[in-house]
Design a protein around this ligand. Sequence first.
Ligand code: GAL
Length: 710
Amino acid sequence: MFTKNDKFVTSHLSQHSEWGIPMPNHKKNYVTAAKFMLHGGDYNPDQWLDRPDILEEDMKLMKLAHTNAFSVGIFAWSTLEPEEGVYHFEWLDKIFENIHSIGGRVILATPSGARPAWMSKKYPEVLRVNAARVKQLHGGRHNHCFTSEVYREKTQKINRLLAEKYGNHPALLMWHISNEYGGECHCETCQEAFREYLKIKYNHDLKTLNDSWWGPFWSHTISEWSQVESPSPIGESMVHGMNLDWRRFVTDQTISFYEHEIVPLRELTPTIPITTNFMADTRELIPFQGLDYSKFAKHLDVISWDAYPAWHNDWTTTADLASKVGFMNDLYRSLKQQPFLLMESTPSCVNWHDVNKSKRPGMHLLSSMQMIAHGSDSVLYFQWRKSRGSSEKFHGAVVDHDNSRENRVFKDVTQVGQTLEKLSGVIGTNRPAEVAVFYDWESNWAINDAQGFGVRTKLYPETVQKHYKAFWERDIPVDVITKEHDFSSYKLLIVPMLYLVSEKTISRFKEFVANGGTIVMTYISGLVNEHDLTYLGGWHKDLQEIFGIKPVETDTLYPSDQNSVTFRGTTYQLNDYATIIEVATATVEGIYEDDFYAQTPAVTSHQYQAGKAYYIGGRLEHAFQQAFYQDLIDELSLKPVFHVKHGEGVSVQVRQSPESDYIFIMNFTEEKQPIVFETIVRDLITGEAMEGELTLEKYEVRIVEKTNEV
Ligand code: GAL
């Protein structure tokens, strides 16, 4: 199923620049920033300028740790411009030279993630106002107004100077724009910008806005644009259409700020790729909810993200957490359908989980290789060296306060560096998939806003992750896509809990199935349109046509409520939700066992033109997903790229080029795991040929290559 065209051909792109960096002409896909696997991370020499001995030592340690790329200057604005218009670049010149002298590369950050105190004092408009309309004091980070002209101007100015100064430096590898954009500002300038955004969106027509926001509800009709105020705990928070528009505005305004930041960089350094680091929410890793990354992705050359899973925790298994990491990687990889970068991770522990536990022996290599397996072309850390003071002084780092090169963490990092050096063939390769799981930021916002269902049981991202997991467990590659993507070429499209869906997307689903695709949809899907207004007259007629059913009521259950569904002869436990289904032309595949809807349809299938549509009415235990998808896997002949026989908790993920498959076999369990290969492969690290039976130690990863006939 792999075709030559699927590969992001690094050799072609490398014609354009010294580092294999594609020319950012916004028409091509970008691959990766370099011809080598990046290994390194956030380096904050600005905290150590009065310790030249330490800065010198850093260079020795960087070489010893087999690191090669460093994000510099992320929060360095007060060092770069200690007074307004007074610039100090000498220290950064030296850092560039130092890193260059050891053959390393600089990922140069723009400093807008935190600003110097003089700026907040002189231009208070840069300070953020929170939703309760309280203007924030100077301090912290990631807390500026994205609309402020002053902040935009100051940012662009310093970015221009950085580009002028370092744009031609041979060590410059890529741009790291700001840091983890997030949050929102509710100041008067932002209110005005929001009103302007709405005027454009609603064609300067207040009636259209009021219709979309269901104005007469609680007398919320607006008669002048100036009456619009962003959502607030001391004001309006119940107008769902407005909440949704506000979140869209925040995404657009953040992107607009970012676009403003990069003007001088595109102008002066057109061949240097640009990224900004995306995030995940919570220790359990669900997509960051504050911004719609599916929109943001289009503005970046390379996606990068910061991954901090809580390994070895006491609430979930290692394998379960690993499947969530897999999901996040496949989502961020799919955003641009190309390799991404792991911009931050910890070599040991973090400082912001409830319990900041160290990675156990083996976990650092395993978790780092998992990122590569799913499409990363880097392992980068926060942070290179532990700071001496302030809140991150106990956050894991490559170099600890003892400066040791003998400690466990430094050795673990070195091992990752040595391993990455053997993976040059993997760079730029992708993971073609026949299965897509659908994720939508807007739908997540809307369902979380919905006052209905269970407050603690909506769990949209977690539900999508559970469906993904059924494929992860079987080593079948999955793209996690959004409505921005073309999904016509997938065999199977899984759409769990898509509460908000526009008519446009519904008609794309219809076309997909009509043309032979298989779709799976679940309870709480297709209830509201893009304004968060419910569909009238029952489920959308196109959905009824595709699925041959009409969901008529969704029952929300207490945790102690018991129900179950019998599907193809086996009974599975049901929790939280059960949708009662009226069948028109569909086939009943499963029935509810209990309550007033006992013996009524719970799972259905329907042939619609050339394709098939399945509907799952209840939230069922994982064994159901396993059985249900196993049948579909067989029916659609979905296969792992490379077959390894193994037990639960072992994951086999593959990156492919026309010449080779790079296979990562990972043991995410605390036990030894027997595995069996059916083909001869070559271990990329040891060089040995492997076939037959083998045992993986606890947390062991093996990386093997299978050469393809081209
Ligand atoms: C990230 C952030 C870094 C550092 C890290 C700690 O979210 O970008 O600057 O604070 O968390 O885990």
